[in-house]
Write a protein that binds this ligand. Structure first.
Ligand code: 8YV
Length: 313
C-alpha cells in the first residue's frame, strides 16, 4: 500500500504519523504552507484524508482532491468533515467511537469534582502557603446531586453510569426519548437545565446543537448550577457563559472545549468557580494509541476492500 497517498491535515499523534508513514505515502499538509501549489502537484495521488477534531475535510478540500476515497478521522466527532459532500461523492468516512468513551466520561466526572470541590483552587492554596494562615473554605458536595445530560449516546451513557455510582439522579435531553432508558427524559434543554444541578454537554456538534447552551438555558441552570462541557466549544454561546459566570448568574463551569480553540476568553482566567482543560478528554497514551490503531485499521480495511471497522458514511 506504500504508493497510496494519505493526507494528514494537521499534527495529531506522532504514533499515528509513524504508523501511516510505514504503510502509505504520507503527506503532512502542515509542512506545505503553499496549499494551492501543493494540491496542484499532489492532489491526484491522494486517496485518503486523516483529519481530527480541529481540522477535517471541508467542501473545498474534498473538491480539490479528485482521487479521494476515504476520510478516516482521528476523532469521534465529525463536525469538521462535510458529511453531505462525502455522501454525494461516494467518499467513505470513519471515526473513532468506543475506544475513547471511558476517558471522555472519566474527564467529565473529573471536571464535575474539580469544579464543585474546587480542587484546582485547593491546590493553588497549598502551593502558595495560604494553608498556614487558615483552613480552606467549604465547597459543594457532588454525591447525590442531580445530573442532566445533553445527548445520551455512548459518552452520555458512560457519564450517566459513573454519576449513578455517586448516587446522582440522572435525567437527559436528546432529540427523541430513548424508550429503553431508565433515566428521566426532558423534551427541551431548558426543562432539563431547570431540573438539574449539574448540566453536562455530551452531544455531537451539528447545526441543531450549535449554541444549545444559550442565555435562557444558563439562567434556567441558575446561580447554583454548574455547566460541564466535554462536547464542542460551539455548543455554548461563550460570551453569554462568561457574563453569567462573572455576574454570578451561573454557579460554575468545567470546560474542556472552547468556541475558538486554542483561544480561551481571558475573563475566565480570574474566576475560581471555573476549571479549564485544553481539549484533553481523550488524551491518554492508551486511548490515543487505540484511536490511531482504529484509523489505520479503517484505512487498511478500505484499501484491501474489506468492511470498514467504524463506518459513518
Ligand atoms: C479529538 C475529540 O479527537 O474525538 C473527538 O471528537 O474531540 C477528541 O478525541 C482529539 O482531540 C484529537 O484531536
Amino acid at each position: 500500500m506504500d504508493a497510496i497517498g494519505v493526507l494528514m491535515v494537521c499534527p495529531m499523534s506522532p504514533y499515528l504519523e509513524q504508523e501511516l508513514e510505514s504503510r502509505f505515502k504520507l503527506f503532512r499538509f502542515w509542512n506545505f504552507p503553499q496549499k494551492k501549489e501543493f494540491l496542484k502537484v499532489n492532489s491526484s495521488s491522494i486517496r485518503a484524508v486523516v483529519g481530527t477534531a480541529t481540522a477535517g475535510a471541508d467542501a473545498d478540500l474534498i473538491e480539490s482532491l479528485p482521487s479521494l476515497e476515504i476520510v478516516a478521522n482521528f476523532s469521534v466527532g465529525l463536525d469538521k468533515v462535510d458529511l453531505v459532500k462525502c455522501k454525494e461523492k461516494g467518499i467513505r468516512v470513519t471515526n473513532t467511537p468506543d475506544v475513547l468513551t471511558e476517558d471522555v466520561a472519566d474527564l467529565a466526572i473529573g471536571l464535575i469534582l474539580t469544579t464543585l470541590r474546587r480542587v484546582c483552587e485547593c491546590d493553588r492554596y497549598v502551593r502558595s502557603g495560604l494553608w498556614k494562615k487558615g483552613d480552606f473554605k467549604l465547597t459543594t458536595k457532588f454525591s447525590g446531586k442531580s445530573v442532566g445530560i445533553i445527548g445520551l449516546g455512548r459518552i452520555g451513557l458512560a457519564i450517566a453510569k459513573r454519576a449513578e455510582a455517586f448516587g446522582c439522579p440522572i435525567s437527559y435531553y436528546s432529540r427523541s426519548q430513548k424508550l429503553d432508558s431508565k433515566y428521566k427524559y426532558f423534551p427541551s434543554v431548558i426543562e432539563l437545565a431547570s431540573n438539574c444541578a449539574i448540566l453536562v454537554v455530551a452531544c455531537p456538534l451539528t447545526d441543531e446543537t450549535h449554541h444549545i447552551i444559550n442565555r435562557k438555558v444558563i439562567d434556567a441552570l441558575g446561580p447554583k448550577g454548574v455547566l460541564i462541557n466535554i462536547g464542542r466549544g460551539p455548543h455554548v454561546d461563550e460570551p453569554e457563559l462568561v457574563s453569567a459566570l462573572i455576574e454570578g448568574r451561573l454557579g460554575g463551569a468545567g470546560l474542556d472545549v472552547f468556541e475558538h480553540e486554542p483561544e480561551v476568553p481571558e475573563q475566565l482566567f480570574g474566576l475560581d468557580n471555573v476549571v479549564l482543560t485544553p481539549h484533553v478528554a481523550s488524551a491518554t497514551v492508551e486511548t490515543r494509541k487505540a484511536m490511531a490503531d482504529l484509523v489505520i485499521g479503517n484505512l487498511e480495511a478500505h484499501f484491501s476492500k474489506k468492511p470498514l471497522l467504524t463506518p459513518v458514511v
